[in-house]
Ligand binder design. Structure first.
Ligand code: VG1
Ligand code: CO
Length: 541
């Protein structure tokens, strides 16, 4: 048992994206690859000597092996204490909660989130700060810079840690504490939501289907829905986390959660359906015959959060990512709440929450959460919806109908064009950026461009700026589209096209129909087919 320093050389491309570093699992399994990044992470945050770190992941293939490496490196780098979820499991929101409540200096979360898992699929790693939130860009940039000059890493060589037994042990001079990954999170949820009212609603006959997609939320959802709230066993399906997610693509949207969608659109649909992603920070909400778009879910939560005990005093303010629809803005305006717009990625919400400006945040990509942690939180969103249903006595469909009648409906959809050659996607974006200044006044069918720009964010708390965060083209009357390239993929490029139009009279249109002229205008202006050969998206949400 000894500490050793290993000579290494930099790898290309260890640049964290929207949410950490994501690569094919086999890349992470390559010699020195993970070690280089972990050492760069430790160096990039100013070292870990004397610090306490939380470590855990979503249970995908390589989660356990990578956890051992990280612990051995934390010990060799002088960390004082590591807190690890039993069997190296922690959902992302549960990790955020532990980081915040256990007086730690941050944590390492192992996940490629909604990306598939397995030896031939994806793996990921990111660092969260002591506030429980993903490292901001200044820190991820420092980490990336370090990956480019790294020549040594430090690692403890010896027996692996027993990750399966709750309790305290040690690795070299570092204390190792294995904790129950679920218990503290369940307590937190109980402190925020009206469990007795939800339990009564369930006892009164509301049936629920929670599809955990063989990913991390199974144990959390079972403990909460089945054990604490009395829903029958079997309410949670695909509830055991598997290294390859049982072959499922754990992305809770109508395309990938199709089993749930089929059930919810069928004749014997449960009263409430929901799903979560690989690491438990995303959610999809669906009623019988009624899919709720994530942007609408955020707006509904903004309008009704005060019904949950943890939010009885009202919200401090709200924030959404720029491509998310303005449905929540309309609620904020009606309620007199401040409403912030940020770039894509949860890391941009942290400052606003830490500064007490907002307590509810959301993204169109099935992410909603509050300042109870510093990550989006899938199970939290599910409980918020159940709390709203219990307090109002309304179904999902009624809640949506009443919401649109009051605030109008922002028809919204995201079209993803996946696995495009990177050079082609880059050329498309470059051409579009070059054309922006000349777009105003251009007519496309019934629409005329009012203005177009490339979004730059000025963080109102720390004054930092982030540029090139998505091209937006806004039409007269307020309809718009946004285009950006994904920062979470691991092969080729994914083009995301976000489409939105406001409607106050026709509230029951099919979104793709309501958006038809915006879709046509976007294709014409961007030239998607000309650049990529694609005429139709791979995934529509
Ligand atoms: C996507 C989503 C973004 C989300 C990110 C991480 O990023 O669009 O809203 O924050 O995934 O979610 P991108 O760069 O691929 O568009 V998770 O649940 O994968 O951590
Ligand atoms: Co996720």
């Amino acid at each position: 048992m000894s500490k050793v320093s290993i000579a290494t050389t930099p790898f290309e491309g260890q640049k964290p994206g929207t949410s950490g570093l994501r690569k094919k699992c086999r890349v992470f399994m390559g010699e020195h690859y993970l070690e280089n990044f972990v050492q760069a992470m430790f160096d990039g945050i100013g070292g870990v000597a004397g610090k306490t770190l939380v470590v855990g992941g979503d249970g995908r293939f390589h989660n356990d092996v990578a956890t051992q490496t990280i612990l051995a490196m934390a010990a060799a780098n002088g960390a004082a204490r590591a807190i690890i979820g039993q069997n190296a499991l922690l959902s992302t929101p549960a990790a955020s909660h532990l980081i915040r409540t256990m007086q730690t200096d941050g944590g390492v979360i192992l996940s490629a989130s909604h990306n598939p898992g397995g030896i031939d699929e994806d793996f990921g790693i990111k660092f969260n700060m002591s506030n429980g939130g993903p490292a901001p860009e200044a820190v991820t940039n420092a980490i990336f810079e370090r990956t480019q000059s790294i020549d040594t890493y430090h690692i403890w060589q010896g027996d692996p840690v027993d990750l399966s037994t709750i309790g305290v042990s040690s690795l070299g001079d570092m204390a190792v504490e294995i904790v129950d990954p679920v218990a503290a999170y369940v307590d937190l949820m109980q402190s925020l939501f009206d469990f007795p009212a939800i339990a009564k609603m369930i006892a009164g006959g509301l049936s629920i289907r929670f599809d955990a997609m063989c990913a991390i939320t199974g144990p959390y959802a079972r403990a909460i829905l089945e054990d604490a709230l009395g829903a029958p066993k079997g309410t949670v399906t695909h509830g055991t986390p598997l290294p390859d997610f049982g072959g499922m693509h754990p992305d809770p949207n109508p395309t990938w959660a199709h089993e749930l969608m089929d059930e919810m659109m069928g004749a014997d649909a449960p009263g409430f359906g929901c799903a979560s992603d690989g690491d438990g920070d995303r959610n999809m909400i669906v009623g019988p015959g009624c899919y709720v778009s994530p942007s609408d879910s955020l707006a509904v939560i903004a309008a009704n959060a005060h019904m949950a005990p943890g939010y009885a005093d009202g919200l401090k303010g709200v924030a959404r990512s720029m491509p998310t629809s303005a449905a929540v803005d309309r609620v904020a305006e009606a309620l007199g709440l401040d409403c912030y717009e940020t770039p894509t990625g949860w890391k941009f919400f942290g400052n606003l929450m830490d500064d007490g400006r907002v307590s509810l945040c959301g993204e169109e990509s099935f992410g909603t959460g509050s300042d109870h942690v510093r990550e989006k939180d899938g199970v939290w969103a599910v409980l918020m919806w159940l709390n709203i249903m219990a307090a109002t006595g309304k179904s999902v469909r009624q809640i949506m109908a009443d919401h649109w009648a009051r605030f109008g409906r922002n028809y919204y959809s995201r079209h993803d064009f996946e696995a495009i050659e990177t050079a082609k996607a880059d050329a498309l974006m470059a051409e579009l950026r070059g054309a922006l200044s000349g777009l105003a006044g251009r007519s496309e069918g019934p629409l005329t461009v009012a203005h177009a720009d490339d979004y730059t964010y000025l963080d109102p708390v720390d004054g930092s700026t982030s540029s090139q965060q998505g091209v937006r083209v806004v039409f007269e009357g307020g309809a718009r589209f946004v285009v950006r390239l994904s920062g979470t993929g691991t092969s080729g490029a994914t083009l995301r096209l976000y489409l939105e139009t406001l409607e106050t009279i026709d509230l029951d249109l099919e979104p793709q129909e309501a958006l038809a002229s915006v879709i046509a205008a976007a294709h014409s202006i961007i030239g998607i087919e000309r650049h990529t050969g694609r005429t139709a998206p791979d995934v529509i949400t």
